[in-house]
Design a binder for this molecule. Structure first.
Ligand SMILES: Nc1ncnc2c1ncn2[C@@H]1O[C@H](COP(=O)(O)OP(=O)(O)OP(=O)(O)O)[C@@H](O)[C@H]1O
Ligand SMILES: [Mg+2]
Length: 226
């Protein structure tokens, strides 16, 4: 199996040059296989979102290397990064981040449209899978949190991205609703086989992944209590 992501000696520090600084990631090295579902766990402030933003190419890092498949993120310019994000990545966030003025249908169709591959049947079929085919013309504000997150999951996968980055996807949901979203993700992971990197605080949510990486003091550490 191929490698989806490879990181070596990644360092990320926040703060102005010469001013007070905080090193959040300290020489992180890891590999994630294509199609694998990896979970990042760690206390609040441990750097989970920072790491996901770096993997998405949104935030810069100070040193080290990051490869997406065989391409070095550091070697791509902003335009190339935008294209990689648009074509190859899907995103799910804690607060859904749907476009408030677009309907459910239009939210899900958007990434396919941006890639010039809009197919009405494909959008409808995915909306059926996430159980929202009867809410096509609703706006996000007319949906519950769990419904909004199911729209977000459909939007993240409609263009069949190779990598799905999910930052606390169940963080805003109650236990049962969160579980439904994760079960949906499990189903779609089997169907589409994207590589998934998901952060969570919840051990129960983490169990949906195949491998858990524990982030503490800027490094991956053995699980607590082991
Ligand atoms: N843009 C920024 N500028 C300065 N410091 C930042 C910035 N973003 C994050 N930090 C700091 O980096 C550390 C890691 O933050 P991050 O958001 O990655 O943690 P997290 O593990 O996602 O936390 P949570 O579980 O609360 O979401 C925190 O101490 C935070 O204050
Ligand atoms: Mg976070």
């Amino acid at each position: 199996m191929g490698i989806a992501l490879r990181c070596s000696d990644l360092v990320k520090t926040y703060g102005p040059p010469g001013g007070p600084s905080q090193t959040v990631l300290r020489h992180l090295s890891f590999e994630i296989a294509a199609g694998e579902w990896v979970v990042i766990m760690g206390d609040s402030g441990s750097g989970k979102s920072t790491l996901l933003n770096i993997l998405a190419g949104i935030d810069p890092f100070d040193s080290g290397e990051l490869f997406l498949e065989d391409r070095s993120w550091g070697a791509l310019d902003d335009e190339e990064k935008t294209l990689v994000r648009r074509r190859e990545m899907g995103f799910v966030f804690q607060n859904y981040n749907l476009f408030p003025f677009l309907t459910v249908y239009e939210n899900v169709a958007l990434p396919a449209r941006l890639n010039g591959r809009h197919d009405r049947e494909a959008v409808l079929s995915l909306l059926r899978e996430v159980g929202l085919h009867d809410k096509l013309h609703k706006f996000p504000s007319q949906l519950s949190g769990g419904e909004q997150q199911r729209v977000a999951v459909a939007r993240a996968l409609i263009h069949r991205p190779r990598l799905l980055l999910a930052d606390e996807p169940t963080g805003a949901l109650d236990h049962l609703t969160g579980r439904k979203v994760l079960e949906l993700l499990t189903l779609l992971h089997k169907e589409f086989r994207p590589t998934i990197v998901m952060s969570t605080h919840s051990l129960e949510a983490a169990r949906y992944g195949a491998r858990i990486l524990h982030l503490r003091d800027g490094q991956f550490v053995p699980p607590p209590g082991s």
